[in-house]
Design a protein around this ligand. Structure first.
Ligand code: SF4
Length: 187
């Protein structure tokens, strides 16, 4: 995390989840996981956020909300899809009102597998996403002629490729199927 130059602020949006993943997001804030030790703050204002954390799938009612929140966030920003519903529509993908995963309406940078996604996986996803955020910051600095371009070399992640976080379920569990139709982030 040495490439992070400021505390990343996260905004969480529940698309149409069953609340399972949302409880795990809240667990990240508890003393047990204590995500604030990484400097990660949970905010309710998209204009203050760097990371858009989405749980649940996209339906006809929330398309405009997800797009609007995304557009309200300042650049650079990243999107983390948490749980199999957010990555692909999950068990609800065949429902009449479900469009699919978050990437059907906005670009996703990190896919976190699981049903529900475990707190370890969510934290892993956000921390991995910070590498993408640093890449975006560096590209913007380069474009604007800023001297901050040295932050670009501190991560090995490809800037334009979405990241899949490893599966944190029990070893004898089948990982939830992701957006590509294949198991996501198998251990
Ligand atoms: S991935 Fe599972 S726990 Fe998370 S919102 Fe979907 S059904 Fe609920």
């Amino acid at each position: 995390m040495s490439y992070v130059t400021k505390s990343p602020w996260v905004i969480h949006y529940d698309g149409s989840s069953c609340n399972g993943c949302d409880i795990e997001v809240l667990a990240c804030l508890t003393p047990m996981y204590d995500v604030e030790r990484f400097g990660i703050i949970n905010t309710g204002n998209p204009k203050h956020a760097d990371v858009f954390l989405v749980t649940g799938s996209i339906n006809e009612q929330n398309i405009s909300v997800v797009k609007q929140r995304y557009e309200q966030m300042p650049e650079p920003k990243i999107v983390v899809a948490v749980g199999i519903c957010a990555t692909s529509g999950g068990v609800f993908r065949e429902c009449y009102n479900i469009k699919g995963g978050v990437d059907t309406v906005i670009p996703v940078d990190v896919y976190v597998p699981g049903c529900a996604a475990r707190p370890e996986a969510i934290i892993d996803g956000v921390v991995k996403g910070l590498g993408v955020l640093a890449e975006k910051q560096a590209r913007m600095a380069k474009l604007s002629g800023s001297a901050k371009t040295e932050t670009a070399t501190d991560t090995e992640q490809e800037p334009d490729e979405a990241i899949e976080v490893r599966y944190y379920g029990k070893v004898d569990e089948e990982p939830a199927v992701g957006a590509s139709g294949e198991g996501k982030g198998e251990a």
